[in-house]
Design a protein around this ligand. Structure first.
Ligand code: PMP
Length: 457
C-alpha cells in the first residue's frame, strides 16, 4: 500500500510548469509530428511534455524558454565532469587537428590505450571490446555467454534494465499484479515485439532475496547461459554484500558466467564501479555512459577465455562474430580517456562524492522536517529519493513508494530551476559546486513549501 504524505494540487503544479515552458510546449507539438512522442528515445518523454534544452555549461543547462537550471540529469549520468569540461573540449579539438579526421575504420593507438585502461580497472588480465552504446555491450555480453556455455536461457533480476533488446527486455517494469509471486517472478515482456520464444528462455530472479534466488538458480542452472545483474538496482539500490557474494559463489560453482551491468555504476559508484565497491569480480562487466565522456560508447570487459571467442582469426573454429563501423571510434575513445584521466586525478572523485553526500543529507533533512517519509539511496556520485516509510531493497518495494508525489515534486523543482527527469535519479558531476548544492537545497525547500501549502489549502 502506498502511503501518501501530501495530497498535491496537480492542476496548479502543471499550470506553473506550463507557464514557464511555453517554447518547449510549442517545440514538443512540432516534434510530435516528426518523431513518435516528440522524442528520439522513450526515456526522454515525460508528462505533460519534455523540456527542450539548448545550451549548457558546467553544472547548468538552459532551455529554449531561456530558463536556467542546476542539472542533475547529466545526460542520464553520462557526464561526470559536467557540461563542456575543458579536457573534453581540448580532446575533441586536438583530435581533429592531429588526426585530421573523425574516424579511420582501422585500429588506433587511442582505442588500444583506453581499452587497456578499462581492462586494467575492471578485469585485470582479461580482454575487452568497445561497442557504441550500453545496450550493444549488454547484448554482446549475453551472446558471448551463450556461445561459451552452449546454453540458451538468460537470467536477470526483476526491475533491472539492460537496454532495449528483446533478449533482455522483460520484467524491467512489470505490472506487479501480473508479475506473479515476488519470490519467483513470472517473466513479463516489457515491449510488444518480445516474442514467446524469448520469454520461454527468460528467467526472472528476486533481487536481494538470496533464499529464492538460490532456489531458482539451482533449478535452472544447467540451462542458464548467464546471470546478468545491475549491482545497484536503478543504479542506487545496492545488492546486499552477502547477497552479492553468494551470487558470485553459486554462479561460479554452477559455471554460469556472471555479468555485472555497470553502465550506470561504472566510474560513478566508485572509479572501478560496483566491481570495486564489492571487491567481487564478475566474469564480464558492461560499461557505457561515463566512459564516452559525453559521446556514444559502450564496452565489454571480462574473462579472457570468454572474450577470446571474438578473435576474428580463428579460422575454421567456432567463434562469436561481432562488428560495428564505429566501434572504438577515435572521438569517443579519446574523449572517454580524457574524462577518465580527469576523474582519476587526486581529489576529483572525492569532490563528486562530497557534493553528492551533501545534497543527499540536505534533501533528507528538508523532507524530514515536513514529516515526509523517505529513503535516500545511492553511492558515489548518484542517488535517488524514494517516498516511503519502508525499506527499499527491490523492484516490488519501489512500486509501493509514492511515485505520484515524487513526479509532481520533480515538476515543481523544474519550475524552480532544478532539472532532473521526473522520478529519475540524481546524477552529479565534478562541476557541481557547494553553491549549487546550497541553491538546490533552497529550491527544493521552496518546492516542498508550495506543494504542502497547497495541500493544506
Ligand atoms: N544498462 C543499464 C544499467 C543502463 O542504465 C542503460 C541505459 N540507461 C543501458 C544498459 C543501455 O545503455 P544505452 O542507453 O547506452 O544503450
Amino acid at each position: 500500500m502506498v502511503v501518501q504524505a501530501v495530497r498535491v494540487n496537480e492542476r496548479e503544479v502543471l499550470e506553473r510548469f506550463e507557464s514557464r515552458t511555453r517554447a518547449s510546449a510549442r517545440m514538443y507539438r512540432e516534434a510530435s509530428k516528426v518523431a513518435p512522442g516528440g522524442v528520439m528515445a522513450g526515456i526522454k518523454y515525460f508528462n505533460p511534455y519534455p523540456i527542450f534544452m539548448k545550451r549548457a555549461e558546467g553544472s547548468r543547462v538552459w532551455d529554449v524558454d531561456g530558463n536556467e537550471y542546476v542539472d542533475y540529469l547529466m545526460s542520464y549520468g553520462a557526464l561526470v565532469l559536467g557540461h563542456g569540461h575543458r579536457v573534453v573540449k581540448e580532446a575533441v579539438e586536438s583530435l581533429l587537428d592531429t588526426m585530421g579526421t573523425t574516424v579511420f575504420g582501422t585500429p588506433t593507438e587511442a582505442e588500444l590505450r583506453f581499452g587497456a585502461t578499462l581492462r586494467d580497472l575492471y578485469h585485470p588480465g582479461g580482454l575487452m571490446r568497445f561497442t557504441n552504446s550500453g545496450l550493444e555491450a549488454t547484448l554482446l555480453s549475453v551472446r558471448l555467454a551463450r556461445a561459451y556455455t552452449g546454453r540458451s536461457k538468460v537470467a536477470k533480476f526483476e526491475g533491472h534494465y539492460h537496454g532495449a533488446v528483446d533478449r533482455l527486455l522483460f520484467s524491467y517494469s512489470p505490472d506487479s499484479k501480473r508479475a506473479g509471486d515476488p519470490e519467483a517472478p513470472t517473466p513479463i515482456a516489457d515491449s510488444d515485439d518480445v516474442d514467446r520464444s524469448m520469454l520461454s528462455e527468460a528467467v526472472v530472479l528476486p533481487f536481494n532475496d538470496w533464499e529464492n534466488t538460490e532456489k531458482i538458480l539451482t533449478k535452472e542452472g544447467k540451462d542458464l547461459a548467464c546471470v546478468i545483474v545491475e549491482p545497484f538496482e536503478e543504479g542506487v539500490i545496492p545488492g546486499e554484500l552477502g547477497f552479492m557474494r553468494s551470487l558470485r559463489n553459486l554462479t561460479r560453482d554452477l559455471k554460469i558466467p556472471l555479468i555485472y551491468d555497470e553502465v550506470k555504476t561504472g566510474f560513478r559508484v566508485r572509479l572501478g564501479g560496483a566491481t570495486e565497491f564489492y571487491a567481487i569480480t564478475p566474469d564480464i562487466a558492461c560499461l557505457g555512459k561515463i566512459i564516452g565522456g559525453g559521446l556514444p560508447i559502450g564496452a565489454v570487459v571480462g574473462d579472457a577465455n570468454i572474450l577470446a571467442q571474438l578473435e576474428p582469426s580463428r579460422e575454421g573454429k567456432a567463434g562469436v562474430f561481432h562488428s560495428g563501423t564505429f566501434n572504438g571510434n577515435p572521438l569517443s575513445v579519446s574523449v572517454g580517456m580524457a574524462t577518465v584521466n580527469a576523474l582519476r586525478q587526486p581529489g576529483a572523485f572525492d569532490i563528486l562524492r562530497k557534493r553528492t553526500d551533501d545534497l543527499k543529507r540536505a534533501i533528507s533533512s528538508e523532507l524530514s522536517v515536513r514529516d515526509i517519509p523517505h529513503r535516500v539511496m545511492g553511492e558515489g556520485g548518484m542517488f535517488n529519493v524514494y517516498l516511503t516509510p519502508n525499506p527499499v531493497r527491490c523492484y516490488r518495494d519501489i512500486t509501493n513508494t509514492d511515485l505520484r508525489l515524487r513526479r509532481f515534486l520533480d515538476l515543481e523543482l523544474i519550475t524552480n530551476g532544478v532539472y532532473l527527469k521526473p522520478a529519475n535519479r540524481y546524477c552529479l558531476s565534478t562541476a557541481h559546486t557547494a553553491e549549487d548544492i546550497r541553491a538546490t537545497t533552497e529550491k527544493f525547500s521552496r518546492s516542498l513549501d508550495v506543494l504542502t501549502s497547497q495541500a493544506a489549502s
